[in-house]
Design a protein around this ligand. Structure first.
Ligand SMILES: [Ca+2]
Ligand SMILES: [Ca+2]
Ligand SMILES: [Ca+2]
Ligand SMILES: [Ca+2]
Length: 494
């Protein structure tokens, strides 16, 4: 629904055809797509039930490369573009994904985006052709990760009822050795409580201790760790969604004592701790997401959010605000940020990732001024930004940036379906919004170029968080993505 509204708003500016005509075209296509999905789901049900011979159900021109599979517990088949009905036939672009196990129990996956065709059969449709020659295959004897949270003791002490309307804004995780015993400790936010799980030898955690709480209709929204007083141990910064100041906690030999507040409050989503002005003391950037107070002024370029608050640290749990000049401050809907020397000039700059629009790169100039330069460096990245992580993906000693946006099959189908009926620039923008994640590689000229599509790391599904980490110790970074999705009950609501 969000996407349809954004398309309507965008096309309203685009001239002809009228927004109503565009929406009618989308509606017709999506009605047809529901019929196609009914058939696709039948195909998946047959595969999951162990039926490899799909004759009768699909045409002879369809053959999934799953000869080695003995089980197919997971199957997805969806159209990314739906052509016109010509002679009871529709040309399609299909995204398909099958997970299973072979006779040895090894996990096998096969997936691709393929050209295909359906033909009318009775009141429905039948997949008559699918070119699976470009399928990606993955085979693995054992899973890379095994779920051990419960036996390690990383379990929340109680299930807390969600607080509407923004329960999903409450999340937070920070991991560091805070008591100096050489074992990582874990902070977790659970709605209105911040818990600390102290690490013990042998992948075990002590029962959680509540470090901070909030009440009423406020929720905790972000936790960060950094040495605010320069005594060598990490201190704690906690943000609250709904008009409460940022809270600071001093680390005293592994226990945390409330040590100050910053600002008057806002709809904060989190903080970035970094020395932005290069004076050796940690500074604080606080970002906000005003859900519940406003709706985005545009789904493609919202400008009614809140700019980040920049607070320069004094090294003693006090901060003084660096006001953002009106011409610099971007009123975006921000989920968070990361700091790095993006400009290769020997300091830290702040990259803020935003929902409903472009991202921002804030730079503190040597004269004390602030500028926003994301577009100049190729980093503005239109999309529904949810997270970002830093790393040197291509090992060229230049920092790279992986940004989680959102990949939507329905959105891709709609963007493809509107075709020549809307201006190319509009179509490109909408396509970018539904395309998925971005991988910016640092370039020799100092700028950044997006290589997510050619390196095939853009389709992270509906991404909410992303991480670059070398999980197999081969000196090359992997991409890990956490996904989530909230949708209506009716499929046609997208
Ligand atoms: Ca520890
Ligand atoms: Ca400290
Ligand atoms: Ca500083
Ligand atoms: Ca690099």
């Amino acid at each position: 629904m969000t996407l349809v509204l954004s398309l309507m708003l965008t096309f309203a500016l685009a001239g002809s055809p009228t927004p109503r005509e565009v929406l009618q075209g989308i509606d017709q296509q999506e009605t047809l797509n529901l019929e196609l999905e009914a058939h696709f789901d039948q195909v998946c049900s047959a595969l999951k039930a162990g039926r490899h011979d799909l004759s009768g159900l699909v045409g002879p021109g369809v053959r999934f490369p799953i000869d080695e599979f003995v089980q197919v517990p997971s199957c997805s088949l969806r159209a990314l573009s739906v052509g016109k009905v010509v002679d009871d036939t529709i040309a399609l672009r299909v995204l398909w994904d099958l997970d299973g196990r072979d006779a040895r129990g090894a996990r096998r996956s096969v997936r691709a985006e393929s050209d295909g065709e359906v033909v009318r059969e009775g009141k429905g449709w039948k997949l008559s052709r699918l070119d699976t020659s470009n399928a990606h295959r993955v085979e693995r004897d054992a899973p890379r990760f095994v779920e051990r949270a419960a036996e390690a003791g990383l379990v929340l002490p109680q299930v807390v009822t969600p607080i509407s309307p923004a329960a999903f804004l409450s999340s937070g995780l920070a991991i560091r050795d805070v008591d100096g015993d050489g074992i990582a400790d874990v902070f977790v936010i659970d709605r209105q409580t911040l818990y600390l799980y102290r690490g013990k030898p042998g992948l075990h955690f002590a029962p959680p201790v509540a470090i901070a709480r909030t009440g009423g209709d406020t929720i905790l929204s972000g936790v960060s760790l950094g040495d605010l007083d320069g005594d060598g141990d990490p201190d704690l910064v906690l943000t609250t969604w709904r008009d409460r100041p940022v809270r600071l906690f001093r680390n005293e030999h592994g226990t945390f004592v409330e040590a100050g507040k910053v600002g008057r409050g806002g709809q904060h989503q989190g903080t970035v701790l970094s020395d932005l002005d290069g004076d050796g003391k940690l500074d604080l950037a606080v970002v906000s997401y005003p859900l519940g107070y406003a709706i985005p002024s545009s789904f493609l370029n919202a400008d009614n959010g809140d700019p980040p608050e920049l607070w320069l640290g004094n090294g003693d749990f006090t901060f003084h605000q660096l006001p953002l000049p009106a011409r610099v401050a971007k009123h975006h809907w921000s989920f968070g940020g990361v700091a790095a020397d993006f400009l290769h000039r020997g300091g830290m700059q702040l990259y803020v990732f935003n929902d409903y629009g472009v991202k921002d790169l804030y730079v503190l100039d040597r004269d004390g001024g602030v500028s926003e330069v994301s577009a100049q460096y190729g980093l503005n990245d239109p999309g529904g930004g949810m997270s970002a992580d830093l790393g040197d993906v291509d090992n060229d000693d230049r920092v790279d940036l992986y940004v989680a946006n959102m990949f939507s099959k329905a959105g891709t189908r709609i963007a493809n379906g509107v075709g020549a009926r809307v201006p190319e620039a509009t179509r490109d923008l909408v396509s970018k919004f539904v395309r998925g994640n971005t991988l910016f590689l640092g370039q020799p000229d100092g700028g950044y170029a997006d290589h997510a599509v050619d390196l095939e790391v853009h389709r992270g599904l509906w991404s909410f968080a992303s991480l670059l980490a070398d999980v197999d110790n081969d000196s090359r970074l992997e991409v890990l993505i956490a996904n989530g999705f909230i949708s209506g009950k009716k499929r046609k609501d997208l």
